[in-house]
Each structure stands twice: as structure tokens, then as C-alpha cells.
Design a protein around this ligand. Structure first.
Ligand code: PEP
Ligand code: MG
Length: 547
């Protein structure tokens, strides 16, 4: 039995597949003897045919955007120029098959990059096809999330956001990583995909490929070779609690429950799950793999996809939170020694104000064309001046309800002053904990510090809630704390007026709120504010709320 931190609820069992490591550059100093060159050339030809065939059969089984992407890759793999140019390198220069494909792809990539715009973005497709062909030649696994037709548990040292996004619609049933913390984006995406996940599992990458494991995202355990009865019991316990679409306390006080989404598909799923709106639309998730900034028209289309899922409902759109563990190539090109403390979130606008203005314009255009009630907010605000600048840009773009996220202790302490400028705030408790405890949210070793039950975090939330009450403004929570059924009533008692979470958590949070009155929530809040440790805070809340 291996242990880590359960970061996405539920349990699943299947055989282990490892995330394949990136392919190293094939050596350039090997010269193939003239007599062996033809067999290298046939290796290229066979590999290209095999890749094109595989992509063809996967295209047939895919739909929507995935189908278009696969088909574009299939066309590239079938391109006779790629094979003939690589073969010429083998025949004339004695390059190995793998090296010849690598060099040919590099030339194509450079030509595309020189064309700029959307053509330049095809460079990533070339690299993908190159890696597929080389992996076929070398008879190794294609890098990244493996393609499988059978259910599997993905085991990795860590996952990049793009890897995790590639899991959508595939056969992966659970995730296990050696690194990562509870609020890492891997954990967030795992929750939104509804995949049980355990992170920070020391020794995970030592589990043999093909071994059956039972991943329990609630307990944070990974059991190798579990008994069939355990597999059965774990599956029965992992059932999602349904949500009827209205969040309220036992005394009838309404407490809207919103969803966190990263794009149109998430938004549709959130609407089906009964979410009352969107409390956090992480717009950067739409553009994670883009080398160049999306155009205003592309942004309008992406935002409309989310707004359309919630007509007449509130949708809180966050401007790009680029940087730190979600670098966007077009926004964060510079190296930073401390990216979590660097130019991330709203700070990117210091360097590229046009990027923010374009996004605000795109959002205003999308809002005009859809019926959702659109709110906009900025991530990573630390000062009143930043909030003022953001609010004036957003209002100038035609967006009327403007807010900010409270993710830094500085913003929490200035909540009263910030409420003079903005219409609402939303607590990003993931970052608020990271910055309050000075603990990297990606480090599993520091998971106990990245805990919203830490009294210092609870007191800051309480200060923001109190400032909101004074002026009668909304205080949301959209960090992972919002989806914790034990914490939700406490947050409400601290002055929080709405909660936003992964849609799978809606039912459990609604059930927890429905058991408590406003008075009980306030009593629990008063109790946790006296706690000196996270454990004491949990115990104080459960003594009042009885959970
Ligand atoms: C947060 O920090 O709590 C938050 C909601 O933003 P993100 O997790 O995207 O940084
Ligand atoms: Mg954040």
C-alpha cells in the first residue's frame, strides 16, 4: 500500500501505465555504413505508414475537436515529402533513420515558424508527428499520455497541464503522481474530469507497468494487487451525490453554488450537474498550448462557448492567470527564479497591457452576444492601485460588474479599501494559503501548510467576509476550499456569500449546507477563529456542526 495525498475524490482500479518520458534528440554523430542505409530508409517508410494507419483508425473513433486534431496529424504523417527528405538524408549523409526524421522535421518546423500566425502553431503538430514516427522506429512508447483503448491508471512523476488536459475523453480512470500538491493544477483538472487522483506518492514510478492498482482519492492510498472484493467496495463508495440546483442553508437562506470551469465542455457539464452559474472561468485553460496570443475573434468564440451554457445565470470570468505553474508561452517568455512571486496573473498587464485590453474587449463582445450575466475579475491583485487600474480598464471595455480575486494576504488586509473600487471579490484560497504560509502549492511535502484550515488563512477569510458584510457586497470562494463539505458552512459563517467548486462536489456541499442554519455557521466561524492550529480549527468546527 503506497500513500500520498488524495486530491480528487472517488476510487478506481485498473492496470498501470506510465507517462512516457520525452524522446531525447537522436545522436547526430552516428554515420550509417552505405550497405545498411536502405534498411534505415525502409524503417522510416514503415514507421510513417504505421503512424498514419494508427492515426487513421483513431480519427475514425474520435469526434469533434479531437477528430480534427488527429486528422491533421494523420495528413502530416502521410506527407510523402517528409519521408523522401528524411530518406535522402540517410542515403547521402548516412544519418540514422531517427536522426533523419528529427532533422527533416526541424526544417519543416522552421519554415512554418517563419510564416507566423496560425501556421506557426502547426509546428507543435510537426513535433508530435516527428515523435510518433521516431518512437515507432525506435520501438519505444510515444511521449506524453499514452494512447490506450482499455481503462488504465496513469502513473507519472508529475503532469504538465497540457498532459492532464489530454486525458479528457480517454480511457484513463485515475491518476497517481510522485510530486504535486492538493492545489496544483494537475489536482484541479483531475477533479474537473472526475478522475480520482493521489499525488505526492513516493515510489509511485516504481510500480510495474501492467500491475493492477486501486487508487482511492478520498483516503490518499494506492494499493497494488487489491482483492476483487476491495475493488467492488471502493467503486460502490465513489458515487457522486446529485445536486438539485439550489444551494441553501437549513433556515432557507440562499447560498448560490457555482462551478469552476476551464472551457465550453466543462461549462456544459457543469450546467448538467445543476451549477447555478460559473464562479470561476479560468480563461488561461483555453490557451495553454498556444505559442501566440489568441486573436480577439478566437477569444470571443471561446468565451461564448462558456456563456452559452448559462443563459440568464451569473458567469464570473477571470482574466488570464498566466505564469507560475501555468505559464503561457505568449505571456511569460522570460525566465524567473521565483515564478510564483513573479510576473503572473494581473501583473502580466504591466508588460503587455494590450493583452489585457484585448481580452476585456473580447469578453465584452462575447457578453453582448450571449444572455449570461457576465462578471469579470482579475487574478493576483496585491494593491489598491492595481485594482483601480483593472476596474477602469474593464469598465472602459464595457463590462459593468468588476471584481478581483483575493489571493494575497495584502489584498485580504485591504479588503475594505478594495470594496470602494470593485463590485465583488472572490477568495482564491489555493493561492491565499500558498502566500500566507509561504509554501509552494505544488510541493506535496508542504501539503499540510497549503491547507485552508490553517488559522492564519481562516482569519484572513474572516477579515474579508467582515469587510463584505459592512458594505453588503458579495464575497465568493472559488479556491478548492469552496468544494470541501466540512469547510463550506464555516466559510459561510465567516461572511462568504457564494461558493464555487468542481461540479462533482456540488451535491456534497449542498447537503452539508442544508444541515446548518446561519446561526450555526456563524457559531462555527467564531469557534475556528479562536483555533491556534489547523487540527484545532477542524475539531472546533465539527464540535459545533457535528460532522
Ligand atoms: C486560487 O488560487 O484559489 C484560485 C482559484 O486560482 P488558481 O487555482 O487558478 O490559481
Ligand atoms: Mg490562484
Amino acid at each position: 500500500m503506497l500513500r500520498g495525498r488524495g486530491v480528487s475524490a472517488g476510487a478506481a482500479a485498473a492496470s498501470v501505465v506510465h507517462l512516457a518520458l520525452p524522446l531525447p534528440e537522436p545522436p547526430s554523430d552516428i554515420v550509417i555504413a552505405p550497405a545498411d542505409r536502405e534498411s534505415e530508409v525502409s524503417a522510416i517508410e514503415w514507421a510513417a505508414v504505421a503512424v498514419a494507419d494508427e492515426l487513421r483508425s483513431r480519427t475514425a473513433g474520435a469526434s469533434g475537436e479531437a477528430r480534427d486534431i488527429l486528422d491533421a496529424s494523420r495528413l502530416l504523417a502521410s506527407d510523402p515529402e517528409l519521408v523522401s527528405e528524411a530518406s535522402a538524408l540517410v542515403r547521402t549523409n548516412g544519418r540514422s533513420a531517427a536522426r533523419a526524421v528529427w532533422e527533416t522535421a526541424a526544417v519543416h518546423e522552421k519554415n512554418l515558424a517563419a510564416l507566423g500566425g496560425r501556421m506557426a502553431e502547426r509546428a507543435a503538430d510537426i513535433r508530435d508527428v516527428r515523435d510518433r514516427i521516431i518512437a515507432e522506429i525506435l520501438e519505444v512508447e510515444m511521449p506524453g499520455v499514452p494512447d490506450r483503448d482499455e481503462p488504465f491508471v496513469l502513473v507519472a512523476s508529475d503532469l504538465a497541464p497540457a498532459d492532464t488536459a489530454a486525458l479528457e475523453g480517454g480511457c484513463c480512470v485515475a491518476l497517481v503522481t510522485e510530486q504535486g500538491g492538493p492545489t496544483s493544477h494537475t489536482a484541479i483538472i483531475a477533479r474537473s474530469l472526475g478522475l480520482p487522483a493521489v499525488v505526492g506518492v513516493i515510489g509511485a514510478t516504481g510500480i510495474a507497468v501492467g500491475a493492477t492498482v486501486l487508487v482511492d482519492g478520498d483516503r490518499g492510498t494506492v494499493e497494488v494487487d487489491p482483492s476483487p472484493s476491495k475493488i467492488h467496495a471502493a467503486k460502490a463508495a465513489g458515487i457522486v451525490v446529485p445536486f438539485d440546483g439550489t444551494g441553501s442553508l437549513a433556515d432557507g437562506t440562499e447560498l448560490p453554488l457555482f462551478a469552476n470551469v476551464g472551457g465550453a465542455a466543462d461549462a456544459v457539464a457543469a450546467a448538467v450537474a445543476g451549477a447555478e452559474g460559473v464562479g470561476l472561468f479560468r480563461t488561461e485553460f483555453c490557451f495553454l498550448d498556444r505559442a501566440e496570443a489568441p486573436t480577439v475573434d478566437e477569444q470571443v468564440a471561446a468565451y461564448r462557448g462558456v456563456l452559452a451554457a448559462f443563459p440568464d445565470r451569473r458567469v464570473v470570468v477571470r482574466t488570464l492567470d498566466a505564469g507560475s505553474d501555468k505559464p503561457l508561452p505568449f505571456a511569460n517568455s522570460e525566465h524567473e527564479d521565483n515564478p510564483a512571486l513573479g510576473v503572473r496573473g494581473l501583473r502580466v498587464a504591466r508588460r503587455s497591457p494590450a493583452l489585457l485590453d484585448d481580452q476585456l474587449r473580447a469578453l465584452a463582445l462575447a457578453a453582448e452576444q450571449e444572455d449570461a450575466l457576465v462578471d469579470v475579475m482579475a487574478p493576483m491583485v496585491a494593491t489598491v492601485d492595481e485594482a483601480r487600474d483593472f476596474a477602469s480598464r474593464a469598465r472602459a471595455a464595457g463590462l459593468s460588474r468588476v471584481g478581483i480575486m483575493i489571493e494575497t494576504p495584502a489584498a485580504a488586509l485591504l479588503a475594505a479599501e478594495l470594496f470602494e473600487i470593485v463590485d465583488f471579490v472572490s477568495l482564491g484560497t489555493n493561492d491565499l494559503a500558498q502566500y500566507t504560509l509561504a509554501a509552494d502549492r505544488l510541493l506535496s511535502e508542504l501539503g499540510d501548510l497549503n491547507d485552508p484550515w490553517q488559522p492564519a488563512v481562516l482569519r484572513l477569510i474572516g477579515a474579508v467576509g467582515e469587510a463584505g458584510r459592512q458594505v453588503g457586497r458579495s464575497v465568493g470562494v472559488c479556491g478548492e476550499a469552496g468544494g470541501d463539505p466540512a469547510l463550506a458552512p464555516v466559510l459561510v459563517g465567516l461572511g462568504v456569500t457564494s461558493l464555487s467548486m468542481t461540479p462533482r462536489a456540488l451535491g456534497r456541499v449542498a447537503a452539508a449546507l442544508a444541515q446548518n442554519t446561519s446561526d450555526q455557521c456563524r457559531e462555527a466561524a467564531a469557534a475556528v477563529l479562536l483555533a491556534a492550529t489547523a487540527d484545532e480549527a477542524r475539531a472546533a468546527a465539527s464540535a459545533v456542526l457535528g460532522r
